[in-house]
Write a protein that binds this ligand. Structure first.
Ligand SMILES: *Cc1c(COP(=O)(O)O)cnc(C)c1O
Length: 448
């Protein structure tokens, strides 16, 4: 009872000198919670004395916790370059600096500097995309999911979009093609079977109410064995002969051929454009290696219709996105592919990865048992399903920690490793040279 009486009064407590310079309202909120907890501890006989200094340090600790940023950098040692959970593609710093310059200054986002009148925000990257892909026109939205939704909503509301059953995929747990189609107002017309769809299935499905033949990249799975799908080239031909739209949701989409034979069966945007398709869409931050965006390219007359859809206003991109994307596309145009981090990581030689791994090994081997090994990984992000690329990893063993415990210890220090065959691996395919030196420093601290 006497203890209850000596609980500090909030008004007095929050005016303690220790809180000088802190936000009054946040200190008040936290103090109330801490004193509330103190009261229940006393009532439950959990404490015998009140230590005001301890209460103050608890309050400050909680304060620091609440104001510290939730978004943090990590070292991606999983080997997966386009890691959906770890931010997908990294943005080149120079591109971001250009975007900072645009975003912190007034700019011509929707202003035509030549005519001195209102311009169009989508105009800024059209020329580059035309030069890169040969498209007639283009538009950029928030991400590829919105691109798909916008295309379907514009052309297939109350009308049929024909899709192969083998392509009704779920991507990343929340993007399910059939559900997105239904929500957009499109009538989903499924054709073929899970493993086989033929051109005649598309031909037979076309009716008066058909608006589109749609192809979806399978992204995170592949069908092996007795299976076949129809090439986009044939879908384009069939659609155009029948006066309906052809549309390929490419998902990732890459401008150039990829190393390690990753491009086999995965035509680039340029190659697909040779078929003169109506519409293609792809992500900005998968293999294109830029910022989160959805890019739609194709026939001018169709893009014009998309621009008239009110939905576009809800899905439109910001100046920062456009500035970064413009710079990435320009790097493609100039053949400066090494300035695109995703492609640079993909193109790094095994020898370079070995060097990086050995440097980290040299820095930590006195503290932790480790070995440089050859391994393989995948690009990730629903880009080239089931295709392996060679990589190099540092296999770690620390004291008698089990792999799970070691992985957790590393994770507490923002190093995301992977466990394979009961070993903790740091895979260098997704570790840049900057990150490799940071990695040595952090590991030395952790193991000391
Ligand atoms: C990734 C993907 C999407 C979604 O793209 P986001 O850029 O993540 O919105 C849609 N379709 C396919 C086939 C994909 O691979």
């Amino acid at each position: 009872m006497t203890l209850l009486k000596s609980i500090p009064k909030i008004d007095k407590f929050i005016n303690n000198k220790a809180f000088d310079g802190y936000s009054k309202s946040l200190i008040t909120k936290i103090s109330k919670e801490i004193i509330q907890n103190l009261r229940s501890d006393i009532l439950n006989n959990n404490i015998k004395t009140i230590d005001e200094n301890l209460l103050i340090s608890q309050t400050i600790k909680e304060y620091e916790k609440q104001i510290s940023p939730s978004l943090q950098t990590v070292i991606n040692a999983t080997g997966i370059i386009v890691h959906t959970n770890l931010g997908r593609s990294l943005i080149n710093k120079d591109s971001l600096n250009k975007a900072i310059n645009i975003a912190t200054s007034y700019n011509n986002l929707e202003y035509d500097l030549e005519k001195g009148q209102r311009g169009e925000r989508y105009s800024h990257i059209v020329k580059t995309l035309q030069a890169l892909t040969g498209c007639e026109d283009s538009i950029v939205v928030n991400n590829n999911a919105s691109a798909v939704f916008l295309v379907l909503n514009t052309f297939c509301k109350g009308k049929e979009a024909v899709v192969s059953r083998g392509e009704l995929v779920e991507i990343g747990g929340s993007f399910r093609v059939p559900e997105v189609m239904t929500q957009s107002g499109a009538i989903l017309k499924e054709i073929g079977t899970t493993n086989k769809t033929h051109l005649r299935d598309y031909e037979n499905a076309i009716s008066e109410n058909t608006s589109m033949l749609m192809k979806v990249h399978k992204s995170n799975y592949s069908i092996e064995g007795f299976s076949s799908e129809v090439d986009f080239e044939d879908i384009v031909k069939t659609a155009q002969e029948n006066g309906v739209i052809d549309y390929y949701d490419m998902g990732s989409g890459h401008m150039i051929d990829l190393p390690y034979n990753l491009s086999s069966g995965e035509p680039s945007i340029k190659e697909l454009m040779k078929y003169n398709p109506s519409l293609l869409s792809f992500s900005g931050d998968k293999l294109l290696g830029s910022v989160q965006a959805g890019i739609i390219i194709g026939k001018k007359e169709l893009i014009e219709k998309i621009k008239k859809n009110q939905l576009l206003r809800m899905l439109r991109v910001d100046k920062i996105t456009l500035a970064i994307l413009e710079d990435t596309l320009n790097s493609n145009l100039k053949d400066e592919l090494d300035s695109i981090p995703t492609l640079q990581m993909l193109n790094t030689s095994v020898k370079t990865l070995e060097q990086r791994a050995n440097e980290v090994k040299n820095a930590i081997e006195s503290l932790c048992k480790c070995e440089v090994i050859n391994t393989s990984t995948m690009v990730g992000g629903g880009t080239t399903p089931n295709k392996k690329i060679p990589s190099v990893a540092l296999s770690l063993e620390y004291k008698n920690l089990k792999p799970n415990a070691l992985e957790k210890l590393l994770r507490k220090n923002n190093i995301i490793a992977r466990i394979e065959n009961d070993k903790v691996l740091l895979d260098f395919r997704s570790i840049s040279s900057d990150d490799a030196s940071k990695l040595s420093t952090i590991l030395c601290e952790v193991f000391n």
